[in-house]
Design a binder for this molecule. Structure first.
Ligand SMILES: Nc1ncnc2c1ncn2[C@@H]1O[C@H](COP(=O)(O)OP(=O)(O)O)[C@@H](O)[C@H]1O
Ligand SMILES: [Mg+2]
Length: 280
């Protein structure tokens, strides 16, 4: 579990807080999506969970963050890396090896995993990612989606309890993005790994995440189940979040008093809404 209590953080030299009075609890097994406009503090929030803040970026840190009972300030990033696996926004900068299997091996050796166990871990993580056949390929020969999967596989091989991903589908087409989410869903449901993901593709996120956290100007303005959060269309609009077009349509119909029901999240729900409008 991740527990964030009244967290405020200001990067050294910055004029305002990147995070301001954040309170958030993320139970084990959660699949949490973090959304918000550019500069809202999403990346900084992930840094506060994996200890990059304040360990790699100095600044004014107030409040407390604990991960599996470890205080992130006391624990340091090495101890935290055993609990939290990170897929940073710049995966090329994160990967160290030339070949897929070596990338996975590197982390396992670094963690001091027993040599008898290494082969099984490599095989299992490649299989969960659906990239067993890419084992001996060079990372530079992979497509964006394949590379992203290899990066996540290297993290899962270390069996962290939590995986934090910062816009992992940023450079991927819709189909590859979907495959990444399906893979994360497997990790979440089959292996019980907590997923914390910053993602711009809101429709995709709403389909897979259980809960959403909405950031705006360093503050956590909304947190709840996907359904509940999408019902707060006005707050989302103010936070500059791109909401599903069917949800916007529902908001317009509500404003015109043509519709009073729940805001739709997907085409199926939009269809139900349109039928009720038709009979309204
Ligand atoms: N290394 C840094 N030094 C100073 N300010 C930073 C640094 N990184 C981010 N910021 C500032 O912190 C705020 C939040 O940034 P960030 O967490 O990257 O937002 P997001 O990921 O939502 O786009 C922004 O105002 C940004 O300019
Ligand atoms: Mg960011």
């Amino acid at each position: 579990m991740v527990s964030i209590k009244d967290l405020s953080f200001r990067y050294s030299g910055a004029e305002r807080d990147a995070l301001s009075h954040i309170n958030l609890e993320i139970p084990d097994g959660e699949f949490l999506g973090i959304i918000g406009s550019s500069g809202a503090g999403k990346t900084t929030l992930t840094y506060a969970i994996n200890g990059v803040v304040p360990h790699h970026y100095p600044g004014d840190f107030y409040g407390a963050v604990t991960v599996s009972g470890l205080d992130t300030v006391d624990a340091g990033t090495v101890a935290l890396s055993r609990e939290v696996g990170n897929v940073f926004q710049d995966i090329d900068g994160q990967m160290v090896a030339a070949v897929v299997e070596d990338e996975i091996l590197f982390g396992l050796e670094n963690f001091g995993v027993n040599h008898d166990e290494i082969e099984a871990r490599i095989r299992e993580s490649l299989e969960a990612a659906g990239i067993s056949e890419l084992r001996e390929r060079t990372l530079s020969s992979l497509s964006g989606g394949q590379k992203q999967k290899a990066a996540i596989a290297a993290i899962t091989a270390l069996r962290p309890r939590i995986i934090v991903l910062d816009e992992p589908t940023g450079e991927l087409d819709p189909q590859s993005s979907r495959k990444i989410f399906l893979y994360l869903k497997t990790l979440n449901e089959k292996y019980g790994i907590t997923i914390i993901i910053v993602e711009q593709k809101i429709m995709l996120l709403c389909e897979f995440a259980k809960r959403l956290a909405v950031m705006d100007q360093g503050r956590l303005v909304l947190e709840g189940s996907v359904g509940d959060v999408l019902q707060k269309g006005e707050v989302l609009e103010e936070a500059g979040v791109n909401i599903p077009r069917v949800t916007t349509l529902g908001m317009k119909l509500r404003k015109q008093e043509l519709y009073r029901g729940e805001l739709p999240r997907n085409l199926r729900e939009a269809e139900i809404m349109m039928r009720s409008v038709g009979h309204g």
